[in-house]
Design a protein around this ligand. Structure first.
Ligand SMILES: [Zn+2]
Length: 294
């Protein structure tokens, strides 16, 4: 019956229709619960090993101390995973994807990074829409079937995170070589510009793309240690929400970087990457996402 209801010959739709049957034990849930209460902002985890491995690879590049900002263009491929063909179930309109691309390029202006819209794959699977989380078998299955491109293609999957209540997460460039299939960004579909989220209107992908290019949270490590590995973002004890002007949670270094895209502050509050972050992005690209390591 399901096959009869889908008037398409798309391989993607047919493949995931099969999986939809397999996953039919998952009950229907309200896809928009997350629009009325705070979800976890970001599920990206950066370990001490990730930091050490990235710093080692970057140190081997032997880059000049004052390298100029190089221009890079990355392809962006969207895989839209919806429970059915309505926006509330994740079937986001192309206009939101186009608005997200425009916003990516606006927010990354001056970083040397620009983004080219490479394509959209639409997938119907309530199971994946609800249950995707980092490291699960179904997540690996989804990436295996739909990932496209090389280390220079940012694969963006939009899902419901119904079980996880997340806004997004990303893999890190340092882990591309070890696990290229899982490389990419997974975001809550409603966070696209013009989408149903009350918290985010495009900012989630701006933030997650920062991780995809090697940036850490501004509050990484709290007040001690190497933190986010960037000199011009003052240390910050923990994440901020809203826009707490004047917040200063660590001794020395100056006020917390609440305006930074790599904090959790509000959509209106987050407006900048620092020169130090731009330098770290450039080094991460040279080490892990340039044409020489495709
Ligand atoms: Zn994050």
């Amino acid at each position: 019956m399901l096959y009869n209801s889908i008037r398409t010959t798309s391989l993607s739709l047919l493949l995931t229709s099969c999986l939809l049957f397999l996953g039919s034990s998952v009950s229907a849930q309200n896809m928009t619960d997350g629009t009325t209460h705070r979800r976890d902002e970001c599920g990206t985890h950066v370990t001490e090993d990730d930091i050490a491995n990235a710093e080692l690879a970057i140190s081997r590049l032997k880059l000049p101390r004052q390298a100029s900002v190089r221009e890079y263009t990355f392809d962006v491929h969207f895989t839209i995973v919806a429970a059915n063909m309505t926006e509330r179930a994740g079937w986001v309109p192309n206009s939101q994807i186009e608005a997200q691309m425009k916003m990516l390029n606006e927010r990354y202006a001056g970083t040397g990074v620009s983004w080219r819209h490479a394509g959209i794959t639409r997938v119907l699977s309530r199971y994946w829409h609800d249950s995707i989380e980092a490291g699960l078998q179904q997540t690996n299955d989804m990436h295996s079937l739909f990932r496209t491109g090389k280390s220079t293609t940012m694969n963006v999957y939009t899902v419901g995170f119904t079980d996880a209540s997340l806004n997004g997460y990303s893999t890190l460039p340092v882990n591309y070589a070890r696990n290229p299939i899982e490389d990419g960004v997974v975001i809550f579909f409603a966070t696209l510009p013009g989408g149903l989220s009350l918290e985010r209107q495009g900012g989630t992908l701006i933030h997650e793309a920062g991780h995809w290019l090697g940036l850490r949270h501004t509050f990484q490590g709290g007040c001690t240690g190497v933190g986010d590995g960037v000199d011009d973002t003052p240390p910050q004890r923990e994440e901020h929400y809203g826009c707490p002007i004047g917040a200063d949670t660590c001794p020395g270094g100056g006020p917390d970087p609440i305006y930074n895209f790599m904090d959790y502050t509000s959509e209106e509050c987050r407006t900048e990457f620092t020169p130090g972050q731009i330098s770290l992005m450039q080094k991460s690209i040279a080490a892990f996402r340039s044409n020489s390591n495709r």
